[in-house]
Design a protein around this ligand. Structure first.
Ligand SMILES: C[S@@+](CC[C@H](N)C(=O)[O-])C[C@H]1O[C@@H](n2cnc3c(N)ncnc32)[C@H](O)[C@@H]1O
Length: 261
């Protein structure tokens, strides 16, 4: 099992970064979840609940008759979500010993951080009720594209360093590209898949997430040998410049179902 790359970083900074991840992605995730017809009384599982916005949304939708379980190995940012129908479990995905099954499972930006992604997907398949639905959303960092800068620029070097950092950790920076195949391999039936290219200006939530991540992970990026602290500074500056547009990465969202047997 690989260590989550943001483990052992400042709690305050990580909370802010996770909230920016939510600001950048929740509208897409919520539109997809809404289309799944989630009902009061449903049992839902949020994998890697992070700062908790989707867990809270699921709790509101299932209401007092339902259940929204949030799992994360770091529940520091979930302390406000401790009353029914929300339940929080501080545990590694593969150690979860829940016996009940769920109508809906959601996970965003979690599989890319785990070498044991297939085991996690098998576990999620076993936790889904027959006929149940799941939404998995994962990034592809190799799709970062420069709009008006040469490849040999700070931003180009930092983009390459991000990908190499994942490879050095035994992880796949293009995780999204293998997600549909892996979901089918585990037994899920794919209902819908969509990809969003995050072409964003600096100072947008996505630009700010990527700038914050670069500051927090500066050592890890520089350790790849592909970028320098000066490159990080320049990258962060552009991530705050609202006149600078770039493609930071893309995200693929896949809706899958477990067949009735
Ligand atoms: C990039 S954050 C995404 C948070 C949230 N899903 C979102 O998109 O806003 C990944 C989260 O998954 C958790 N995580 C990653 N691997 C995990 C594992 N194997 N077991 C439990 N939690 C894990 C991390 O602690 C972190 O909170």
């Amino acid at each position: 099992m690989s260590e989550y790359i943001f483990e052992n970083k400042s709690e305050e900074r990580e909370f802010r970064r996770l909230q920016l991840v939510e600001a950048a992605n929740d509208s897409t995730t919520i539109a997809l979840l809404q289309a799944l017809g989630i009902q009061p009384g449903w049992h839902c599982l949020e994998l890697g609940a992070g700062a908790g916005s989707i867990l809270r949304w699921l709790g509101n939708r299932v209401g007092p008759e339902g259940l929204a379980v949030g799992i994360d190995k770091n529940t520091t940012y979930l302390q406000d979500y401790l009353s029914p129908p929300i339940h929080v479990q501080k545990i590694q995905f593969l150690e979860v010993s829940i016996t009940q099954s769920f109508n809906l499972i959601h996970g965003r930006y979690v599989l890319i951080h785990n070498q044991s992604d297939l085991d996690i997907l098998h576990k999620m398949f076993s936790l889904l009720k027959p006929g149940g639905v799941a939404l998995f959303e994962e990034p592809d960092f190799t799709s970062a594209t420069l709009t008006d800068l040469p490849t040999e620029s700070s931003q180009g070097r930092v983009n390459r360093a991000i990908c190499q950092m994942f490879r050095n950790a035994g992880l796949d920076p293009a995780y999204a590209l293998s997600l549909p195949r892996k979901l089918e391999q585990v037994g899920f039936a794919i209902e819908r898949a969509q990809s969003i290219m995050h072409l964003c200006p600096g100072n947008s939530p996505m630009g700010r997430v990527m700038g914050e991540s670069a500051l927090v992970l500066e050592q890890e990026y520089c350790r790849t040998g592909l970028c320098s602290p000066d490159d990080i500074q320049q990258y962060v500056k552009l991530s705050q410049d609202s006149s600078h547009w770039t493609v930071y990465h893309s995200t693929t969202s896949v809706i899958v179902r477990k067949a009735f047997i």
